[in-house]
Design a protein around this ligand. Structure first.
Ligand code: SF4
Ligand code: SF4
Ligand code: SF4
Length: 294
């Protein structure tokens, strides 16, 4: 069997995901709740330290209608801080936040380990998330005045919908039909996470859709060298999203997890855009696996 290679730091992705989830939900930094976290993490979680950027964008869309109808300047209503934060991270790292930082992405990676055989989602389903971004996050909140994505978000159902009533018994009396619908969506999502690869990221997530726009132009780039590739398929078998990295690495569906950078032949490498892959990865190919990932 082919042995994975690549720099040692590539093997600490699980540890980084764990630490990121801990950072976002450690309770002790709640004074930072005005700041957006560059991953999907529900602000309604009792332990959450940061705001969810998707929630913030929805409330901005709701506020935008009021500002525009009152005749105020469009600039006054634009969510410049939230968009600026997302553009900043996207321009630097593309979708690396999905592969390395997002708590809901980590949950999907963990649940994917339960069932070995994975079912493929139809290719067209990958584009639904762009519709959800435009319609669900901007248009529907703008016209209805309600944050409908948040109302149905499975991450919110998990972090806010379960932990809040558990910690605050007085909230249980307010549980109604909407709560059950949301939990049903969470259940379906969890089942899908076990039997397909990163289904929420692939089909639904508007935050991942936003970061996708930067993957090809971000400062951190991943490159594939067909000359070095022996078509061993190691990377295809290990991509957490089920992509063929030879064709889709750095594309809009790639979460930039860099699992394929462990290519036994060193055919896939990542590097800042201003450095050539050879220079950036001269220390690669340590045949070690500190986390036992292989
Ligand atoms: S696409 Fe997945 S990993 Fe990226 S922000 Fe959304 S849930 Fe998180
Ligand atoms: S890039 Fe080529 S050599 Fe490397 S793991 Fe993929 S198929 Fe194998
Ligand atoms: S193509 Fe490579 S970097 Fe992209 S998601 Fe798959 S394994 Fe991760």
């Amino acid at each position: 069997m082919k042995q994975p290679a690549g720099s040692r730091w590539l093997y600490y992705r699980g540890t980084v995901q764990f630490l990121s989830t801990l950072l976002a939900n450690s309770y002790f930094l709640q004074s930072l709740k005005g700041f957006c976290y560059p991953g999907l993490n529900c602000w309604a979680c009792p332990a959450a330290n940061f705001a969810c950027p998707i929630g913030a964008l929805q409330y901005s869309s709701i506020g935008l209608r009021g500002v525009l109808t009152s005749g105020k300047s469009l600039w006054a209503a634009l969510p410049l801080y939230v968009l600026g934060t997302l553009i900043f991270f996207g321009a630097l790292f593309g979708r690396m936040m999905c592969g390395w930082l997002c708590p809901f992405g980590w949950l999907q990676d963990l649940l994917a380990k339960i069932h070995r055989r994975k079912y493929k989602l139809p290719r067209w389903s990958r584009y639904i998330r762009y519709v959800i971004l435009v319609v669900g996050v901007f248009a529907i909140p703008y016209y209805t005045g309600q944050p409908w994505f948040t109302k149905l978000c499975p991450q919110g159902a998990l972090q806010g919908g379960i932990f809040q009533p558990l910690l605050h018994p007085e909230l249980r009396a307010g549980i109604g039909t909407m709560w059950y619908i949301k939990q049903a969506i969470l259940l379906v999502t969890v089942i899908a996470m076990i039997f397909t690869r990163r289904p929420f990221c692939t089909v639904i997530c508007p935050l991942g859709a936003f970061f996708s726009l930067f993957n090809r132009i971000s400062a951190w780039q991943i490159t594939y060298d067909p000359q070095a590739c022996t078509d061993c398929d190691w990377c295809v078998q290990h991509c957490p999203v089920g992509l063929d990295p030879r064709q889709e690495v750095n594309g809009t569906h790639c979460i930039s997890c860099l699992e394929c950078q462990k290519c036994p032949q060193g055919a896939i490498r990542s590097h800042p855009v201003w450095r050539s892959p050879q220079v950036a990865c001269s220390a690669d190919h340590l045949p070690t696996d500190p986390e036992g990932v292989s």
